[in-house]
Write a protein that binds this ligand. Structure first.
Ligand code: MMA
Ligand code: CA
Length: 153
């Protein structure tokens, strides 16, 4: 094999879903379930410190993965209405389109402005409560840099 063939093979078989150790690859993203429990804000900061963000769930496919990934533990997701009550917004600034609230949620019980995954679906909880959390980041991917040249970055 010449270098280009080696590179193409690497991109096809390895780098398309490459994650750091301790992170799990899924659909060109990497996920990490926190060992520690933190409040929502500190969870968000911890994900950012790890060059990632709290998980954003925009599709049934993402939701299915998240359900499997969080196991029995409730955990923070990147969704809050702290800025504007009732206006749920993802940490990347996008408004809610797809949603998977548990029946009767969000109910803002005693002022709950941050969302958790619980039994695979969503509930709003008080943001200062301590939960595990899921961070999400882009997987290392190959892009086609030129017509004949796959480059990994
Ligand atoms: C109930 C329900 C939820 C709320 C939690 C807070 C157990 O579920 O009212 O909506 O978030 O209590 O503990
Ligand atoms: Ca609630």
């Amino acid at each position: 094999m010449n270098l280009e063939e080696v590179r193409n093979l690497f991109c096809k078989t390895v780098a398309d879903s490459l994650c750091l150790s301790g992170w799990e690859a899924h659909k060109q993203k990497c996920y990490k379930f926190s060992k520690e429990k933190k409040n929502w804000k500190e969870s968000k900061q911890e994900c950012e410190f790890l060059n990632s963000r709290l998980i954003i769930i925009n599709t049934p496919e993402d939701q299915k993965f998240a359900e499997k990934f969080h196991k029995q533990y409730p955990c923070w997701i990147g969704l809050t209405d702290q800025e504007n009550e009732g206006n749920w917004t993802w940490v990347d600034g996008t408004p809610l389109s797809f949603s998977q609230w548990l029946d009767g949620e969000p109910n803002n019980a005693g002022d709950e402005d941050c969302a958790v995954l619980k039994s695979g679906r969503w509930n709003d909880r008080k943001c200062n409560y301590l939960f595990h959390f899921i961070c999400q980041q882009r997987a290392l991917r190959c892009i086609k840099a030129a017509a004949t040249d796959n480059v990994c970055f």
